[in-house]
Design a protein around this ligand. Structure first.
Ligand code: ZN
Ligand code: ZN
Length: 149
């Protein structure tokens, strides 16, 4: 299991080239992966993401941040210079999903669910013990806003 005592109080992250930087002053969600075709194509493998409360995340560098509407009401944020996929944002959501690979320090986090495994790539197996959902079904909760890490 994850060890909350190892979680940094303030998490930071960004894209591969540094054009996009962000900071989170609050807890983040445990990691969920998405094996849907769109995520696999955009990441080159599959997407692993965390999430933060929107009012606890702020952009500290956004000159190269570009948003693309992925489905009505939802958008994906990526760096227009280095191509890193960073954010998945529902306009009515209070949270924003953040690519786990963008975090500078992901200690204290672990994969707790796999989504859309019916669409996973043929070349790999999912071998950790986390629950797998053939379609959506993300049941991993957001931590309370005042939780540590
Ligand atoms: Zn970049
Ligand atoms: Zn997906």
């Amino acid at each position: 299991m994850s060890d909350p005592s190892r979680s940094p109080a303030r998490r930071t992250g960004g894209c591969a080239c540094g054009g996009v930087r962000f900071a989170i002053d609050g807890p983040v969600k445990q990691i969920v992966t998405c094996h849907c075709t769109a995520c696999r194509r955009q990441t080159g493998h599959f997407l692993a993401f965390t999430a933060a409360w929107k009012d606890q995340m702020r952009l500290e560098g956004e000159e190269t941040l570009t948003w693309r509407t992925s489905s009505p009401g939802y958008r994906r944020g990526f760096c227009s210079r280095c191509g890193s996929m960073l954010f998945f944002d529902g306009e009515r959501d209070e949270k924003i999903s953040i690519a786990a690979g963008a975090l500078d320090d992901a200690s204290g986090l672990e994969i707790q669910a796999h989504l859309f495994t019916a669409d996973k790539g043929a070349y790999y197996e999912i071998l950790d013990g986390a629950p797998q959902y053939a379609q959506g079904g993300d049941t991993v909760p957001m931590p309370p806003r005042d939780a540590d890490g």
